[in-house]
Design a protein around this ligand. Structure first.
Ligand SMILES: Cc1ncc(COP(=O)(O)O)c(C=O)c1O
Length: 251
């Protein structure tokens, strides 16, 4: 009997799970066995609210009869046709339906298979756009600290999560990052708002090095909108963020 046939069906080792502490998960697996609408079902029959719609990809709800029936019907009629030099009629139909609901001026659809692939494609489209317009020197890409743009080389280069890129060498060149504006307390105190105001002109300078024509910088004295007063706990969080943050990011 071959090794393949000897494989234990419920052995968890072969699947290398992304963004997961694998050893810990496999010691105490958290597996779902079913789903309906906005709940998952665990192996012991508990219902768990799916508050993130899968990973934001089951937004209409799980196992909706209309959707499962449409998938079943299409798979039985024409499951796939290549898009290189050939075509699937439904790909054109969907493109038209998307254009119909897209904002004015968005007239074409380029399909991708994931967010990461979409980001890589968007970066390429942006570079190619400027090149065909005769602006080949506009090749710099600006991301934000803490930004997440998927897991491929372009995405981790423009993304601002250092732990996602530190193992992978030089990545894309010509990338700059603006400071993030995230505040853990979400409603920054006036003091934090002021320190964010101080970093904005610096962000603007970074941006203006990379674009033509140069944008005019906002004044650092121009007040940010005043937020409603926040709780004393939130104020304490904001203050500690402001103290411990590196020079650019204040919170
Ligand atoms: C802004 C952004 N870019 C890229 C991605 C990556 O998408 P995927 O996990 O489908 O590759 C995500 C996913 O959350 C995202 O939010």
């Amino acid at each position: 009997m071959s090794n393949r046939l000897n494989t234990t069906p419920n052995d968890l080792r072969a699947f290398w799970m992304p963004f997961t502490a694998n050893r810990q998960f496999k010691q105490e697996p958290r597996l779902f066995v079913g789903a309906k609408d906005m709940h998952y079902t665990t192996h012991d029959g508990r219902q768990v609210l799916d508050a993130t719609a899968g990973l934001w990809c089951v937004n209409a709800g799980h196992c909706r009869p209309k959707i499962t029936e449409a998938i079943r019907e299409q798979a039985g009629e024409l499951d796939y046709a290549p898009a290189f030099q050939l075509g699937h009629p439904k790909a054109f139909e969907l493109a038209n339906r998307l254009v119909d609901i897209a904002p004015e001026g968005m007239n074409h659809v380029l399909y991708t298979n994931s967010g990461s692939e979409s980001v890589e494609t968007a970066l390429k489209v942006a570079l190619a756009y400027h090149r065909v317009k005769g602006n080949g020197s506009r090749f710099r890409l600006i991301g934000r600290e803490r930004g997440y743009h998927g897991v491929n080389f372009g995405g981790i280069s423009v993304g601002g999560i250092v732990s996602n890129r530190k193992m992978f060498g030089t990545l894309l060149t010509g990338v700059d990052h603006l400071p993030h504006t995230h505040c853990r307390a979400r409603t920054p105190s006036p003091r934090v708002s002021r320190s964010m105001a101080a970093i904005l002109p610096r962000s603007w300078n970074a941006l203006s090095r990379c674009t033509t024509p140069r944008p005019s910088p906002p004044s650092s004295s121009s007040p940010l909108p005043v937020r409603p007063a926040c709780s004393s706990r939130r104020r304490a969080i904001c203050r500690s963020c402001a103290r411990s943050a590196p020079s650019t990011a204040s919170c």
